[in-house]
Design a protein around this ligand. Structure first.
Ligand SMILES: C[S@@+](CC[C@H](N)C(=O)[O-])C[C@H]1O[C@@H](n2cnc3c(N)ncnc32)[C@H](O)[C@@H]1O
Length: 201
């Protein structure tokens, strides 16, 4: 809880979430899923664009904050904040037009199960964008801040052990997704790993 409060400003409004939502491009009326929604920077952007958002978040503290934030949104009727995790999405089969996760993948305890869940909930043609920032990359604007707070950046003490993008891409492809692309790139001026794909039409 203390760790999340320290990062509250960047978890409330996040440039990476803006960039990811630009890739997801939610349209009015679409049903979309924010996996590991946290304080909801992606959720509120998608609801503001007119999509109906299921914000999946396993931590009660974060869900509580997002529930309050939801009430402040003009599009609050389009936001559902629900208990769940990537490994068990509380979303019906083949109902999601799009799904994304920002800085949450590194928390997944069972990525294979997560990939299977994504394939289960996406409807034909539905798209997925999974992004984790690489705070251990010296090109990241918050590299020094993270290193001074978390030691040598070996990933063990702040929970940001980097996900193997290629493996995550292989898991999505193995679960049946198509047009899967996985690797390092820059988003919002930050080095990230990104995994994208879509359910077959
Ligand atoms: C660093 S925060 C990022 C939150 C938000 N996506 C953002 O961009 O600000 C990571 C979030 O992932 C959630 N999380 C932890 N384990 C998870 C899991 N297995 N599946 C999905 N989310 C998880 C945490 O509770 C936390 O809210």
């Amino acid at each position: 809880m203390v760790r999340y409060l320290r990062f509250a400003p960047r978890m409330w409004r996040s440039e990476v979430n803006h960039a990811v939502l630009g890739l997801v491009d939610p349209a009015p009326g679409e049903r979309v899923v924010d996996v590991g929604a946290g304080m909801g920077p992606g959720t509120v952007l998608a609801a503001g664009a007119g999509a109906s958002v299921t914000a999946v978040e396993p931590t009660p503290f974060m869900r509580g904050i997002l529930q309050v934030r939801r009430l402040l949104q003009p599009g609050r009727a389009r936001i559902s904040v629900v208990d769940g995790a990537a490994e068990q999405l509380p979303v019906a089969d083949q109902t999601a037009d799009a799904l994304w996760a920002v800085n949450a993948m590194h928390h997944w305890t069972d990525p294979e199960r997560g990939a299977a869940e994504i394939a289960r909930v996406l409807r034909a043609g539905g798209r997925v964008v999974l992004v984790d920032e690489d705070f251990d990359d010296p090109d990241h604007p918050e590299f020094e801040r993270f290193r001074s707070r978390h030691g040598d950046g070996d990933g063990d003490d702040h929970g940001f052990a980097m996900v193997d993008a290629q493996r995550m891409g292989d898991l999505l492809a193995g679960a049946g997704l198509v047009d899967v692309a996985a690797g390092r790139r820059e988003l919002a001026g930050r080095p990230v790993i990104a995994v994208t794909g879509r359910a077959a039409a």
